[in-house]
Design a protein around this ligand. Sequence first.
Ligand code: SAM
Length: 217
Amino acid sequence: MSKLFGQNDPKIAKYAEDVFKPVDPLLAEVRKNANKQGLPDIHVGSMDGLHLEVLTKAFNVKKAVEIGTLAGYSGINICRGLAEGGMLYTFEFSPKHAQVALENFRNAGFENKVKIFIGPALEKLKEIENLGPFDFVFIDADKASYSDYLDWSYKNLKTGGVLTADNTFAWGLIADEEQDKQVLAINKFNRAVASHPGFRATILPTGEGLTLAVKIK
Ligand SMILES: C[S@@+](CC[C@H](N)C(=O)[O-])C[C@H]1O[C@@H](n2cnc3c(N)ncnc32)[C@H](O)[C@@H]1O
């Protein structure tokens, strides 16, 4: 069960979208193309996409890492925020998703700013460690590995680098007493980053919950 952006009030969600306009024709086409090719409709919410663009720009990000590419929707948002000469390294398990993402990155004119790695992210992330430290990491893949992605991020972000993770309200179930494996994994991640001596972290009340942390040492 996902929640609407804006206090779960449809009027506020509509207001935010009307005023801040997170979706343009290109992004709408990305969703449409993904849908047409049978990909699941699990892209970031449109306002979260905009948050990613603004955060990337605000932190002057040159080297960004994304875990969970799907069709490239959030990746395009990140690319839009990258500083001059910036690169996005994005990781996707499914070759089919990666193929659709490549098409979408090309249509957006970002093929030279993105490198897609296909396979299990925990394995493939090793291939970019020599290119670090990184400025920005966005986690949006298998929930069971969120804590491992946190460990990777801590080791590979620069001090002052930013970590973001989507779905951290666990579809509205994060505070429930009974939690299944996926919710427990997200809970473990949130608690680990919140108490991590090397990060200062918060959780933003977006539709899905967006954990946001800065590496402080
Ligand atoms: C929620 S979707 C990502 C959505 C994307 N960030 C967006 O908003 O446009 C999660 C993606 O992670 C991929 N994935 C799942 N487990 C993975 C793993 N172990 N390594 C890499 N990618 C994985 C899935 O195939 C799926 O495409």
